[in-house]
Design a protein around this ligand. Structure first.
Ligand SMILES: Nc1ncnc2c1ncn2[C@@H]1O[C@H](COP(=O)(O)OP(=O)(O)OP(=O)(O)O)[C@@H](O)[C@H]1O
Length: 265
């Protein structure tokens, strides 16, 4: 496979005084351009640590990450991150929150009118153009996540990194956002690496699911291809045997092969 993102033999050890914790060992993963890959694994196994290494927020102890042939060693606009708890600036409007990122990334290459249009285009993609003048305190959690996604997309990153983006939302809002993300992925062909705890979400959205072993010293246990044609519709999939089979494989991995142990909590 031609890897656009290449995670090569990543190891991560945290040292505090004489205490050393081995969190990740020998993590190897290649992601193709346009692929949607999810990472699933029990709490504490090191999923966020891995995503933060890819984002350049922390440096791995061993191994390296390459994106489009470039070594990742610091944060950059080519890797936009969407966190579980939106990170919008409360004093700016919805528009302002996206505009600030657009000005930063495209300040030299697009003029003010183009930047305005680009902000509005990305707000429209997540169905938030109507709320452009509202402040984060005036909109729901789901809407805030939509704005966070618009801001990330507006940076035109090479890869979109999402750390449990829908984790704090109720089931219905979550379903709407998943549908939006699928629409956007179909329209733009983004490369996405997403952490989730939700097996149905992973199967619905992903081309492949990366299943991590329990920590400490976690690594990739199995990678599952999801053989479901796109576009995917959640209602139709409910009766699809291929959907059920993928789901069972992830559940087996998590609850039989990698049973949650208190040591991993
Ligand atoms: N800066 C740090 N210093 C020391 N240990 C850390 C640090 N960051 C993370 N860890 C440890 O690394 C392990 C993995 O944490 P991480 O947050 O990556 O797991 P996770 O799989 O994302 O968990 P969850 O699903 O609960 O969010 C945990 O044991 C955590 O305590």
């Amino acid at each position: 496979m031609d890897s656009y993102l290449s995670i090569e033999r990543i190891g991560m050890r945290f040292t505090r005084g004489s205490a050393v914790s081995e969190v990740l060992v020998d993590v190897d993963l290649g992601i193709a351009k346009g692929e949607f890959v999810s990472i699933i694994g029990h709490s504490g196994c090191g999923k966020s640590t891995l995503l933060n290494i890819v984002g350049g927020l922390i440096r791995s102890t061993t191994g390296e990450v390459l994106l489009d042939g470039q070594v990742v060693d610091s944060p950059g606009p080519d890797r936009a991150i969407v966190f579980q708890n939106h990170s919008l600036l409360p004093w700016l409007t919805v528009y302002g929150n996206v505009r600030i990122a657009v000005d930063k990334v495209f300040g030299r290459t697009k003029n003010a009118a183009e930047r305005h249009d680009w902000v509005m285009h990305n707000l429209a993609l997540v169905h938030m153009a109507h709320a452009k003048d509202k402040r984060p305190g005036e909109i729901s959690g789901g809407m805030k996540q939509r704005v966070g996604i618009a801001r990330a997309l507006a940076m035109q990153p090479k890869i979109l990194l999402m750390d449990e983006p829908f984790g704090a939302l109720d089931a219905l809002t979550r379903a709407h956002l998943q549908d939006s993300v699928m629409e956007i992925h179909a329209a733009l062909g983004n490369t996405v690496l997403m952490i989730t705890h939700d097996v149905d979400e992973a199967v619905l959205l992903s081309d492949r699911i990366v299943m991590m072993t329990n920590g400490p010293a976690a690594t990739i246990g199995e990678v599952l291809d999801i053989p479901l044609a796109r576009p995917r519709r959640r209602l139709a999939l409910a009766d699809d045997p291929a959907y059920a089979a993928s789901r069972v494989q992830v559940l087996r991995f998590l609850y039989e092969r990698q049973r949650f142990t208190t040591a991993a909590a």
